[in-house]
Design a protein around this ligand. Structure first.
Ligand code: SAM
Length: 209
């Protein structure tokens, strides 16, 4: 598993290497652009847009939202990623902090219309994901929604099939999302598979009637 220094080293080459994996349709970033575009469109429906990005990286998605007038808040533990993202979004409130220990204080004191996390939360164990998602839900405005785009599967048997297909390229240090297991804890969670290895999980604050 990469630590913050590992991400510092990856930062300048990140957009390029992700783009290549997405264009080739290979694990783990097959579907990356489609996922980010879909989340972008969903965040921009509605009127007020205060957005929290967890593990924003180089700011590929948040910069687009920022350019559309969203107020951007974020947390990442890589100094270099923060530097690159802050250059693109001078007014964004970006904080350094390890999300496995929760959110930094300043971010906990806000409420958000949308909370997004793309290809970042697979660094948490399944238990940590549940605890963290509960914390994030409490920071949503009433109509708010959490959007997670990541390597993700409808159930564990689909994850295992993908792992077999990918073979030795599979990263055993990363803990990918399994929708039906999370759905038991969060009945309002929804999931769409976008590519053979990735999808979007969305979690409203309130169950829609
Ligand atoms: C694969 S990149 C994804 C970046 C961006 N969200 C995207 O979709 O391109 C993962 C990001 O999460 C950050 N990250 C990973 N583990 C983290 C942790 N425990 N705390 C804070 N940030 C973390 C990394 O520094 C990196 O910027």
């Amino acid at each position: 598993m990469l630590n913050n220094k590992g991400f510092d080293l990856w930062a300048d080459d990140y957009d390029k290497s992700v783009g290549v994996s997405d264009e080739d349709g290979t694990y783990p970033f097959a579907g990356y652009k489609e996922i980010l575009n879909e989340i972008y469109n969903r965040v921009l429906t509605g009127s007020v847009h205060k957005v929290l990005d967890i593990g924003f990286g180089t700011g590929t998605l948040t910069t687009k939202l920022y350019d559309q007038g969203c107020t951007i808040w974020g947390q990442d533990f890589s100094e270099r990623m923060i530097e690159l993202a802050q250059k693109k979004m001078p007014d964004a409130k970006l904080f350094q902090g390890d999300f496995s220990k929760g959110l930094v204080k300043a971010l906990k004191q806000q409420k958000y219309d949308a909370i997004i996390a793309t290809y970042s939360l697979h660094h948490l164990s399944d238990e940590q994901k549940v605890t963290f998602l509960k914390e994030l839900i409490s920071l949503l405005h009433e109509d708010g929604c959490i959007y997670i785009g990541d390597v993700a599967f409808e159930n564990r048997s689909k994850l295992k099939s993908c792992m077999d297909e990918v073979g030795e390229e599979w990263d055993c240090d990363e803990i990918y999302f399994v929708y039906d297991e999370l759905h038991e804890v969060f009945p309002q969670m929804e999931f769409e598979q976008v590519s053979f290895c990735a999808g979007i999980l969305s979690l409203q604050r309130q169950v829609l009637k």
